[in-house]
Write a protein that binds this ligand. Sequence first.
Ligand code: AKG
Length: 348
Amino acid sequence: MEVSDEGNVTRVQSLAQSGLSRVPPQYIQPPQTRPVRQPDPTQTLPVIDLSSFDLAAVAHACRHWGAFHVTNHGVPPSLLAALRRAALSFFIDTPMPEKLRYACSPAAPASEGYGSKMLASTSESSSTALDWRDYFDHHTLPLSRRNPLRWPEFPPEYRETVARYSEEMKGLAQKVLGVISESVGLRASRIEDAVGEFYQNVTVSYYPPCPEPDLTLGLQSHSDMGAITLLIQDDVGGLQVLKGDTWVNVQPLQDAVLVLLADQTEIITNGKYRSCEHRAITNPDRARLSVATFHDPAKTVKISPASELINESSPAKYRDVVYGDYVLSWYTKGPEGKRNIDALVLDS
Ligand SMILES: O=C(O)CCC(=O)C(=O)O
């Protein structure tokens, strides 16, 4: 079997297309992190109708899941479909040499462009198995970080679609953070004020069919570093969220947007709400596409538990952290579930 290795980074899509019947050893997860194919089928992720302003339902979803679908969110379904179409076209219609013109730097974490693994394995990270995933990361906000010339040129509407999508997701993130703030007893703008100007990345993940899905993960278990992530996906399914100690399958919901609470929101709400640990599994038959839009603080912003939520009976649970230091630790140690935020928890 010949495996292509483009620019020293193996593209998972090329591996899958080479017709191999076993995954190479570097993609094999240790037994304890291999996927559970049929996790608890009785559990389903909450769905929040954003037009009904049900703060109790939002509080319940944030407390027990750290994730929920939103419907009636105001983003046109045609834009969600256009973004999925453009993104898929990059992965399936664009020849590899053209794709590689956009390759991101394998050495620099979170660099923009076409990439194929979540993390460089480091001596501190014990999880070195590679993800069965290729991705394209776009730096979209603030505008000073945005350079559409670094994004695919085809299909011709690609760049404009990503730009429109970025604006819509920013508006939705503000709306959802407002509702989350109020549901925890804070004024609507409180979490957004603590985060400051959004640093937004739009990351498309492409998971090719995998010959040994029981041994691999599309994306290893993690919670997101920033404040809030908004995710859309196709109809294939593969996202799992951890509820208590049980993995739950997230069934795709047509035209809904999935909200994932991220680590800085856990800190600001002083642990009243928890960020959502999640991962992606693969399947042998169908490629899957998802688009995650991350909203993060600037690296210089200091994040602390909201003082309004702290009192004698509910002391601060987390150390203050400068966001850039948090990111550095995440990339140095690896995510491994929620180890980075757990390291900030103060002894009670
Ligand atoms: O593909 C998915 O559903 C999950 C993507 C994700 O968790 C991420 O990009 O961080």
